[in-house]
Design a protein around this ligand. Structure first.
Ligand SMILES: Cc1cc2nc3c(=O)[nH]c(=O)nc-3n(C[C@H](O)[C@H](O)[C@H](O)COP(=O)(O)OP(=O)(O)OC[C@H]3O[C@@H](n4cnc5c(N)ncnc54)[C@H](O)[C@@H]3O)c2cc1C
Length: 320
């Protein structure tokens, strides 16, 4: 039997593609996802993931991030199995810096006392924010998407023209691979690696504020007895093989902040390629008489921006 053609074809099943596809399906559109990689092999699956806006000089970023935070907070309350938890924790800077404005508006915000700062850090602040266990959350989004009648095929798209021949509206959520698909030479890879360990009893998160190629962060996944340790920021590197030297350095830095992590058993190492661009590309273009809506280039903030960007895609489709 011939399957009915989708009204919307979403390319990609990372956090951008799944969130967008779910929102569109909830709004009664017939949606199909084509993804080259299985959910758990995407960059999204390698994210920490702590909610936190980045590239905030772009005026779209804070509204997208806030919309996403509110949705993640709702999900955390509504469905404990979705992989999202709102966690209290400490962000600290090695070089003196004021807290960003967005942080001061978060629940539980306060500045750190000097005796709370780990060695080597000079200022800090506390707040409550969503932490997402990405393997669980991606499966949750996929299940909700199929509950709404959405379909997913694991197959690669060779070109946007091929996609437009399949559906009148295409949403491009190809992450770093949009570089070749669009093509968009301004999109760059920024490799990142995390180490997942057994939880020795970590209650609060820790995140380094400084922009560095060796950021230190400790993100408890309370529902799974695991802790995500990070991280690395490696511009231009594209291999996805775990690097033992980087894992060792991550574990050492995290144990300096929380000594209980020193002998924690390593469960897995995850690697992803952040799709780095000077600004997120979210706009509608025409390809071969069809509509292509780009939603890629979220760099180190794709989880943080996911629901806000998905709502803008929906608005662009409604305006066609
Ligand atoms: C170590 C690390 C830590 C991070 N921590 C955080 C964090 O704490 N908070 C945060 O907000 N963000 C974080 N990020 C960033 C976040 O992971 C990314 O911004 C986000 O995953 C991008 O999602 P995406 O869905 O756009 O792309 P991806 O997850 O890369 O998904 C792209 C999808 O497109 C598909 N695709 C590509 N090309 C084709 C094709 N030709 N045909 C069909 N399908 C195709 C792929 O198969 C995949 O399904 C982190 C990233 C890393 C690496």
């Amino acid at each position: 039997m011939m399957r009915p053609k989708p009204e919307v074809l979403v390319i990609g099943a990372g956090v951008s593609g799944l969130t967008t596809a779910l929102l569109l399906a909830k709004n009664n559109l017939r949606v199909r996802i084509w993804t080259r990689d299985a959910l758990l092999r995407t960059t999204s699956c390698a994210a920490g993931a702590l909610w936190g806006p980045y590239l905030v000089s772009d005026q779209r970023v804070l509204p997208w991030a806030t919309q996403t935070r509110l949705e993640l907070e709702r999900l955390a309350v509504r469905d404990r199995s979705c992989g999202v938890r709102v966690v209290y924790g400490h962000e600290a800077a090695r070089t003196a810096a004021p807290p960003p404005g967005w942080a001061t508006e978060l629940p539980g915000f306060r500045t750190s006392r000097p005796d709370e700062l780990p060695a080597g850090f000079t200022t800090g602040w506390w707040y409550r924010a969503p932490i997402v266990d990405m393997p669980t959350y991606l499966r949750y989004l996929y299940d909700r998407f199929t509950d709404c009648g959405g379909k997913l095929d694991q197959r690669a798209v060779g070109s946007l023209a091929e996609a437009v021949a399949e559906a009148p509206v295409v949403v491009n959520c190809a992450g770093y691979d949009a570089r070749n698909l669009v093509p968009d030479a301004s999109l760059r890879p920024t490799r990142g690696q995390i180490v997942v360990v057994d939880d020795p009893g970590i209650e609060e998160f820790f995140a380094e504020h400084d922009e560095s190629e060796e950021p230190t962060y400790i993100l408890p996944q309370h529902d799974h007895g695991r802790v995500v340790l990070g991280g690395s920021v490696e511009p231009g590197r594209t291999d996805r093989v775990p690097d033992e030297r980087i894992s060792t350095a991550i574990r050492r830095r995290c144990a300096e902040v929380m000594p209980a992590l020193r002998d924690a058993r390593v469960v897995e190492v995850r690697v992803g390629l952040r799709p780095t661009r000077s600004r997120v590309r979210l706009e509608r273009t025409a390809v071969d008489g069809g509509h292509v809506i780009h939603n890629y280039g979220h760099g180190g903030g794709g989880v943080t921006l996911s629901w806000g960007c998905a709502h803008d895609v929906l608005s662009l489709i409604n305006a066609i």
